[in-house]
Design a protein around this ligand. Structure first.
Ligand SMILES: [Zn+2]
Ligand SMILES: [Zn+2]
Length: 263
């Protein structure tokens, strides 16, 4: 499997992706907002885009569909429940559905509500797994819930699905927000040395060659995976004195998500 991460350079800081079968050159484009960059990258490399996948219905993920389909004839895939929100879906996806790309690549659809209620992530069936997580999980952060999502469902997706994936899973999010997110982690957990070190390392990184994190690293630096951490809890109790000394993970997640909205 070849993964081509395409930095759009736009104000929303979107990442687009091409996932390619190295044997056949067939490719699936994930959220190809910057259709010009996606099409020219595929042309340069000799790849044939046969499928487009939208992780969810927001315009900064679907905005390239029309031009991409006109140029390639690719089939459009998205969450089955997104049919009334994304025009022209050819294949509606549910949890466990497998998407074949060329001869060698298999991607499994995960039903991951929270950022919106019709959001899919893709998990590759490869020796080292890769997760394409749209706006659900960001490097060192979590998606917001104010355009059609729900924080409780986002928590359930994090705790019940994402946290259970293998530690060596590579994380490919829909946006480059890592610097701000690490600052939020450090605001919540000032003694997180790994987050401080990583921030120093990647601040000012070239988004065309962005760091790819693993789930293991996310568990060290992403505050939304650190719900039992004593510093995170102590810091939260200063803002929310009603939070018990040994709070449920879910309560910690919801308070963090709420704080991040206005941070
Ligand atoms: Zn979104
Ligand atoms: Zn987005």
């Amino acid at each position: 499997m070849i993964v081509e991460q395409i930095w759009t350079g736009n104000a929303y800081r979107n990442f687009n992706y091409l996932i390619v079968c190295p044997d056949s050159g067939e490719a699936l484009a994930i959220d190809p907002l910057d259709h010009e960059k996606c099409l020219s990258r595929a042309k340069d490399k000799g790849w044939d885009i046969t499928q487009i996948l939208n992780t969810h219905e927001h315009g900064d993920h679907t905005g390239g569909n029309r031009v991409m389909i006109a140029a390639t004839g690719a089939k459009l895939l998205a969450h089955a429940n997104a049919r009334d929100k994304i025009p022209g879906i050819d294949r509606g996806l549910g949890a466990g559905d497998v998407i074949q790309v060329g001869k060698t690549v298999e991607l499994e659809a995960l039903d991951t509500p929270g950022h919106t209620m019709s959001h899919v992530c893709l998990l590759s069936h490869t020796d080292q797994p890769a997760l394409f997580c749209g706006d659900t999980l960001f490097n060192a952060g979590a998606g917001n819930c104010h355009s059609g999502g729900h924080p409780v469902e986002l928590y359930q997706t994090f705790a019940g699905q994402l946290a259970e994936l293998p530690d060596d899973t590579q994380i490919y999010p829909g946006h480059d927000y890592i610097v701000n997110n690490l600052r939020f982690t450090l605001d919540r957990e000032p003694d997180n040395a790994r987050a401080a070190e990583l921030l120093a390392e990647i601040e000012g990184q070239d988004p065309d060659a962005a760091l790819v994190t693993s789930l293991a690293l996310e568990k060290e630096v992403n505050t939304f995976f650190r719900l039992h951490n004593p510093s995170v809890i102590a810091q939260l109790r200063e803002t929310f004195p009603d939070l018990p000394a040994k709070p449920e993970a879910r309560a910690v997640f919801l308070k963090l998500r709420e704080l991040r909205n206005s941070w």
